[in-house]
Write a protein that binds this ligand. Structure first.
Ligand SMILES: Cc1cc2nc3c(=O)[nH]c(=O)nc-3n(C[C@H](O)[C@H](O)[C@H](O)COP(=O)(O)OP(=O)(O)OC[C@H]3O[C@@H](n4cnc5c(N)ncnc54)[C@H](O)[C@@H]3O)c2cc1C
Length: 338
């Protein structure tokens, strides 16, 4: 990697968000990232650019501006239908060289994980994947990229002082989407694809979802989550009944998944899903850091545990101490009476 001089670094400006699109529509994680980028850009007195690549995506610009983008950089081309990471990477690197963004942020989704490391290598810069926090050093323009490190035992804040652009990915639901403001105004810049972008193009024509991966905790408003304290599969049957009663989804700690009591698709945390539900009820989950990073932004957290001193009981909005096998049926009975 080539170290840039201070003069060269000062040529880089603005915060870019690589929009995540699917079949021509912008995915919600993009708005979460635009909200985070807005805070970074304001600290640096620069602009938020949303970069949208795809086919039939031109109509999305206004919404991105409403969420906080100042400029929408569009490459709308029928040849970008589906997902072609090689071609998209070539287009993005070309645009990065032309406009020199100070920061490029993308989503840590399966598309982002295929595309963004490729861009980072081609743009000759580093990448901090799966950040849980982003902040800006307004003096230097250094992006402070926080993420779990050393097996999740510490949270590390990473700076790339000598290289530009600085690139980071963030998982869906880690950041909160801002409230859109329909009165905001912005500009749209249109760029074209070049034939050279299409060189040796590999294209993914169809994406299949397996049934297990379809457990969508990230959109659930209520999550009833169980840990080692559930004692076995029967414990999770109780949680499923509880969840059905309140219209919620079932989550789990890694300990419960590793024990084979519930499939991996239900796991919440660093190596599972990140959730941001209105209500998260943690049953028999002690709340180790690797679990907390996946659910700490839920609006209301209720913990049920025998031990009042666990991290989960300490951080919960409501902590209920006792045997969950007595407490959960009691709560379910009370709900039935309503
Ligand atoms: C690299 C790495 C990644 C990881 N990723 C994740 C991840 O994504 N998600 C994740 O969850 N973990 C993850 N872990 C594991 C994590 O460190 C913890 O081991 C795990 O979260 C513990 O699960 P738990 O809280 O269910 O179990 P425990 O820590 O054993 O807690 C069980 C709790 O149940 C309570 N309890 C027991 N019986 C009852 C009862 N009858 N009534 C009420 N309470 C009861 C106990 O008091 C205790 O607080 C990861 C670890 C590593 C090293």
């Amino acid at each position: 990697m080539i170290t840039l001089t201070e003069q060269e670094r000062s040529e880089y400006r603005n915060i870019w968000v690589l929009a995540e699109t699917q079949s021509g529509s912008i995915q919600p994680v993009t708005y979460e990232l635009v909200g985070a980028a807005r805070t970074l850009a304001d600290a640096r007195q620069s602009e938020v650019w949303a970069v949208v690549l795809g086919s039939g995506v031109a109509g999305q610009a206004e919404t991105l501006v409403a969420y906080g983008a100042d400029t929408v950089l569009l490459v709308d081309d029928a040849r970008l239908a589906g997902f072609c990471d090689e071609a998209e990477a070539r287009v993005l690197v070309r645009l990065i060289k032309k406009y020199k963004p100070e920061v490029v942020v993308g989503a840590a989704t399966f598309r982002g994980r295929a595309l963004i490391p490729r861009v980072a290598v081609m743009a000759n810069c580093g990448l901090t994947a799966d950040c849980t926090g982003l902040a800006m050093d307004s003096e230097t323009g250094d992006l402070l990229q926080t993420r779990p490190a050393f097996g999740g035992n510490i949270m590390a804040t990473i700076r790339c002082s000598n290289h530009r652009p600085q690139m980071a990915t963030v998982r869906p639901r880690v950041m909160k989407a801002p409230v859109p403001d329909e009165n905001r105004t912005g500009r749209v810049l249109v760029e074209s694809m070049l034939d050279t972008d299409l060189d040796k193009m590999k294209k993914i024509l169809q994406i299949f979802h397996n049934k297990e991966a379809a457990v969508n905790l990230s959109d659930a408003r209520i999550i009833i989550s169980g840990g080692r304290g559930m004692k076995g599969r029967e414990g999770f049957d109780l949680l499923r009944r509880f969840a059905a009663k309140v219209g919620g989804a079932v989550g789990a700690s890694r300990a419960a998944v590793d024990a084979g009591w519930i499939p991996y698709a239900h796991q919440v945390g660093q190596t599972g899903q990140t959730v941001q539900s209105t209500l998260y009820i943690a049953c028999g989950i002690s709340g180790q850091i690797q679990h907390l990073v996946g659910m700490q932004h839920c609006d209301m957290i209720v913990a049920i545990d025998k031990n009042p001193d666990t991290p989960m009981m300490q951080m919960a909005d409501i902590a209920i101490q006792g045997d969950l096998f007595e407490i959960i049926p009691e709560i379910m009975n009370e709900i039935t009476k309503l």
